[in-house]
Ligand binder design. Structure first.
Ligand code: ADP
Length: 404
């Protein structure tokens, strides 16, 4: 064990020397002898001893109790008082400074040894207790903090779960409505078809084959719509399970866009929107044909649905290595605060509830484009229209990662 270092505060030089010798003979190191209180405070500050042996009655300046009070305020050093006699009042003052011991002068070497050893030991255990108390307090604080954080996280998760349930319920009600509408039409068309077929059989009605074809066309359209809706639902499950695979092949993008436009012509005509598309470039890349088609059809359909019959402009061009496709309408637009949300599952912007849709198209489109290593961006202003921009790298990987 390292030897304890002690400062003696004693104004009687002979007594001080005597104590010094005794302490050294006991194996302690005497760092200094101070002869008054002010010097004692200064020396303690300079030398930081393990213990101060403090005479209470000092002739010059402040007394030992005052010096001890000041030392106690600034340093965590045990003090042992030395005193020849003591009146009650001084003893009371001394007690307040919580000394580690008293030695009544004159004292024996053995007494000095015991009092100092006890003071050092008590101080050490006090320190250990203080440290473990501090540690305990810190641990309690950390644990409380952890518990608070967990509680906050739990309530966040709870709110999220509630929101997810609300969204799912809302989605289920929209989905049933959406599926019900074409199903009802399909049912009615098939009934009409049956009636007409019966009439034909009886050969007494004047209906034409054209009428029959028209009804069949309408039934096919509704079946197609139902199949699309079911596909969207299946895609969601595939994306969730990370199983939406890309079948990458060489693709002539402009050729694909032109095909899509021809196919969507009836819907365009019905809505009154014209689709303006121009491109002189040949844009060839490696992408999944049917998935890219799905994205473009979805964006054009949205342009038709939300475009208020205004023209839709479409462009496709090269930008450095990448291909940029833009689809812009001049329809209802999307409020800024909803522009991020509508790319999430089941999310629809306010004001679109009277227009049919599941709120899945943009979510799936984003997944498809990101799986191709590209991104999709939206600029829109409420009441003015929306522009969707897709940027695609020329080649892409083959599996859609599960993004959430
Ligand atoms: P939906 O089947 O509802 O159209 P989408 O995922 O394709 O689903 O679109 C999500 C929502 O984003 C739509 O419900 C609509 O509120 C909004 N939205 C999408 N495209 C447009 C657009 N071109 N103009 C205005 N709003 C749009």
């Amino acid at each position: 064990m390292p030897k304890a270092k002690i400062i003696i505060v004693e104004d009687e030089a002979i007594i001080a020397m005597d104590i010094k010798n005794t302490l050294e003979s006991l194996g302690y190191i005497v760092l200094a002898i101070a002869s008054d209180g002010t010097e004692a405070i200064r020396r303690v500050g300079e030398l930081l001893p393990d213990l101060v042996l403090m005479d209470i009655y000092l002739k010059n300046g402040i007394d030992g109790v005052e010096a001890a009070t000041s030392i106690k305020q600034h340093y965590n050093i045990p003090i042992v008082y030395l005193t020849a006699y003591s009146d009650e009042e001084t003893m009371q003052r001394a007690k307040v400074t919580e000394p580690y011991g008293y030695l009544l002068k004159p004292f024996e070497k053995r007494e000095l040894q015991i009092v100092i050893a006890m003071a050092l030991y008590k101080h050490k255990t006090d320190e250990a207790l203080r440290i473990s108390h501090d540690q305990l307090e810190r641990q309690v604080k950390e644990r409380t903090h952890d518990l608070e954080a967990t509680a906050v996280e739990n309530s966040r998760l709870y709110l999220e779960a509630q929101e997810a349930i609300r969204l799912r319920d809302e989605f289920l009600s929209i989905a049933s409505h959406e599926l019900r509408t074409p199903l009802t039409s399909l049912y009615l068309r098939l009934q009409t078809l049956r009636r007409k077929a019966e009439a034909w059989k009886r050969a007494n009605s004047g209906f034409s084959l054209d009428e029959l074809l028209e009804t069949i066309d309408a039934a096919v359209r509704h079946t197609r719509r139902l199949a699309d809706l079911v596909d969207e639902l299946l895609d969601i499950t595939r994306v969730r399970l990370g199983r939406l695979e890309l079948h990458v092949e060489e693709l002539d993008l402009i050729g694909l866009i032109k095909e899509i436009i021809i196919r969507m012509n009836p819907a365009l005509t019905q809505s009154g929107s014209k689709l303006l598309f121009e491109s002189n470039e040949q844009l060839i890349g490696n992408w999944d044909r049917s998935r890219i088609e799905q994205v473009l059809v979805n964006l054009i359909s949205n342009g038709i649905k939300y475009g208020k019959g205004n023209p839709i402009e479409m462009s496709a061009q090269r930008l450095g290595m990448n291909i940029v496709i833009q689809i812009a309408d001049h329809g209802i637009g999307i409020p800024e605060k909803e522009q991020k949300r509508i790319f999430e599952r089941f999310e629809r912007a306010v004001g679109s509830s009277n227009i049919s849709g599941l709120g899945l198209g943009l979510y799936i489109s984003r997944q498809i484009i990101e799986a191709h290593g590209g991104f999709i961006r939206l600029e829109s202003e409420l009441g003015k229209g929306s522009t969707f921009t897709i940027e695609l790298p020329p080649t892409s990987s083959s599996v859609i990662e599960n993004s959430n």
